[in-house]
Design a protein around this ligand. Structure first.
Ligand SMILES: [Zn+2]
Length: 61
């Protein structure tokens, strides 16, 4: 669950713009279980993955 404290580097796409944070909602990644914020209309929100890496990993399972 808490992968960051175990020395694993988690890459995040820089898609969050502070000025639009109020429009973003919090989701839980289907693959790594980490909470992330995404715009409801974004692909991340539809797919339920926090990053392209998690998306491809999750879909391959
Ligand atoms: Zn993830």
């Amino acid at each position: 669950m808490d992968s960051e404290s175990s020395g694993v580097t988690v890459l995040r796409p820089a898609i969050v713009h502070p000025a639009a944070m109020s429009e973003f909602e919090t989701y839980t990644c289907e693959h790594c279980g980490e909470s992330f914020r995404a715009h409801p209309s974004a692909n991340a929100a539809e797919n339920g993955y926090c990053s392209p890496a998690c998306e491809s990993a999750g879909k391959s399972l």
